[in-house]
Write a protein that binds this ligand. Structure first.
Ligand code: PLP
Length: 391
């Protein structure tokens, strides 16, 4: 019989999408399920952004664009990096893609040779290890602990790097943990990276604007400007502007790397959607108050959810710095209830009417990722159900 490729057989389908699908299935069967699995804001895309797309359609901006993005969007991205991050890029250092997901995919395929190692701190965004695997690289997972707010220490980073290491991936604020690195912590990681000039760094800043910690946003390149020639900054409009369906991500980095990522994209999707690019230009260039409105709502829900989670027996939840995720540790509760695996716990809690993604999907067995990108009423009901389930 004909078999699928060995490459695809090594890849797992996205577990977060699987939870969403399973919850939808149960809902369709008439069960009352509160879905806390989704990784997207529950707000509509702001009106001025939608209008920019309508205008683009009316003006006939409905054709191929340059592979790496329209000149307007690339300029908006350059302005954004300069304004928000103090990082200067030329147009040949920018690539616009169909989502941050494609940005990372392009990176993996343009950079990694078979057997190259990529250091990925856990808990991690589910797609990093699998995209590295597709590129025939080897994900090197380093477990960050709850005690260290799920952040990699300089010692851990140093121990993980070998002569095969090609890339280190940082994501702050983090999906799934909601915590962000401080400038000081990034400086300490930078001290380690300086010892290994062959290693590149990817910083995934997609949650940059969903941040309420006392410290302003900082990434590794802002903390260590001397790493400019070997850092790639990944970002996108999905989370900050509630534009997940529009599929626009972008990145800035060394020209040689961007050129090669563009080559991969030119032989796969070509340009991102022309209409979505016009909308993203407005998102980046237009008024930013919409971001603050969403941020305030997420913060309010965060405070409520984390407080309620910590009232549950055997559950520990740390305060997030941002995002719209809580990542409570259920290990003690699992012990008490004699549940071995977090996937079993997720199934039991789904039966009780709450859908969450088990931590093992993110490389952190015994935790649960709970998205609070949903109404306060739904969150209250979900936490009542969890309380009943664990009582
Ligand atoms: N990076 C992280 C950490 C994410 O959580 C996501 C989305 O879930 C992405 C990147 C990619 O988002 P998109 O492809 O919608 O830009």
């Amino acid at each position: 019989t004909v078999q699928p490729s060995q490459r695809v057989q090594r890849v797992k389908p996205s577990p977060t999408l699987a939870v969403t699908a399973r919850a939808a299935e149960l809902k369709a069967a008439g069960k009352d399920i509160i879905g806390l699995g989704a990784g997207e804001p529950d707000f509509d895309t702001p009106a001025h952004i939608k209008n920019a797309a309508l205008k683009a359609i009316a003006e006939g901006k409905t054709k191929y664009t340059p592979v790496d993005g329209t000149p307007e969007l690339k300029q908006a991205v350059i302005n954004k990096f300069s304004r928000d991050n103090g990082i200067d890029y030329a147009p040949d250092q920018i690539l616009v893609s169909c989502g941050g997901k494609q940005s990372f995919f392009n990176l993996a395929l343009a950079l990694i040779n078979p057997g190259d190692e990529v250091v990925i701190p856990a808990p991690y965004w589910v797609s990093y290890p699998d995209m590295v695997t597709i590129a025939e690289g080897k994900p090197v997972i380093v477990k960050a602990t709850l005690e260290n707010r799920f952040k990699l220490t300089p010692e851990q980073l140093d121990a993980a790097i070998t002569d095969k290491t090609r890339l280190v991936v940082l994501n702050s604020p983090s999906n799934p943990t909601g915590t962000a690195y401080t400038r000081q912590e990034l400086e300490a990681l930078g001290d380690v990276l300086r010892k290994y000039p062959e290693v590149l760094v990817a910083t995934d800043d997609i949650y940059e604007h969903i941040l309420w910690s006392d410290e302003p946003f900082c990434n590794i390149l802002m903390a260590c400007p001397d790493l400019y020639d070997r850092t790639i900054v990944l970002n996108g409009v999905s989370k900050a502007y509630s534009m997940t369906g529009w599929r626009i991500g972008y990145c800035g980095g060394p020209a040689w790397l961007i050129k090669n990522m563009k080559k991969i994209q030119s032989q796969s999707t070509s340009n991102a959607c022309s209409i979505a690019q016009a909308a993203a230009t407005e998102a980046l260039d237009g008024p930013q108050d919409c971001v603050k409105v969403m941020l305030a709502a997420f913060k309010k829900r965060h405070d409520y959810v984390v407080a309620r989670l910590n009232e549950l027996p055997g559950v520990t939840a740390i305060e997030s710095d941002g995002t719209f995720y809580a990542f409570p540790d259920f290990n003690e509760a699992m012990c008490t209830l004699d549940i071995q695996k977090d996937t079993d716990l997720a199934e039991i809690l789904l039966e009780k009417g709450v859908a969450m993604v088990p931590g093992s999907a993110f490389g952190a067995e015994g935790c649960m990722r709970l998205s609070y990108a949903t109404s306060e009423k739904a969150l209250e009901a979900a936490l009542d159900r969890l309380q009943d389930a664990l009582a």
